[in-house]
Design a protein around this ligand. Sequence first.
Ligand SMILES: [Zn+2]
Length: 337
Amino acid sequence: MSRPYPWQHEQWQAMRQRIAAGRLPHALQLGGPAGVGKFDFARLLAHALLCEQPAADTGLPCDTCRGCQLLAAGTHPDFRLVQPEEEGKEITIGQIRDLLTWQALTPQYGRSRIVIIEPADRMNANASNALLKTLEEPGRDALLLLVTARPAALLPTIRSRCQQLSFGAQPGAAALAWLEQQLGDAPRAALALAVTGGAPLRALALAGGDGMERRAQLFADFEALLEQRQEPVALAAQWLALPLQETLATLHGWHVDMARIKAAAADVVLDNPDLQERLQALSERVDLAELVRGQERLLETMRLARGHPNAQLLLEELLLGWSGGSGKAPRRAATTR
Ligand SMILES: [Zn+2]
């Protein structure tokens, strides 16, 4: 992608103006929900800054110069991407120390050295403290881009040294038109965008693969659990095969909608409009306090699952909490954190 997504023009213009005025900060935090394209935007910004002849009218990279070719090949000497070495792992102090050594060198080609850390909230405490030192004494020609869906998980001292660039949820027309074009199916696009709370890239991943079919099966399972037709430990074993964070986010969305149904009038607008009647029926089995507790439990499980989880145990605890209808899970130490 060598252009911003259609819903990112405002952020792109803001960056162009800062580049033109020579007012780019040393550190920029790109925050917003998962699936709205923050990481792609960060890469585009790095790309434009390393391009030797960006377009005069748009500031977009040319895709043909030496800088663009080196970046595309993954060998540009003035660019680094720092991510966890394995899915679900932390970003370590070793990775940040390597980065600082590299950053101290002079830029090879361009004006600046550019670093993207993604997701920045996966830096552990030692890594964060090491990074903080460089933020306190920034090199003249460095740009650090911190991409995160959970800004609150960053050290406050890091956040306070970054300028903020915010990306919100995108339930609007620009995102919907883009998604329709990607999927070639307008009703499916509209439903996927609603279900993901306006996160177009998550919607594409969901509706472009078999995510919507997985969701339908998950809902049938969830109904069976709440109606006590399904045994929680056996179901937890089945759900182990599903993408855990997606499953938890989907369940959370249903809880939010059930709480809306209970709290609001008849014309309530749901994120899961296709499930309205079935959510209504389920919501009659639980009270509002239980739904709120369920949401809290899901958020806590999402947090625990980012560490080094025993996924089966996490899921069992979660499902046992619903199956009794009490909304209370037995507390056990689920992880080593
Ligand atoms: Zn170029």
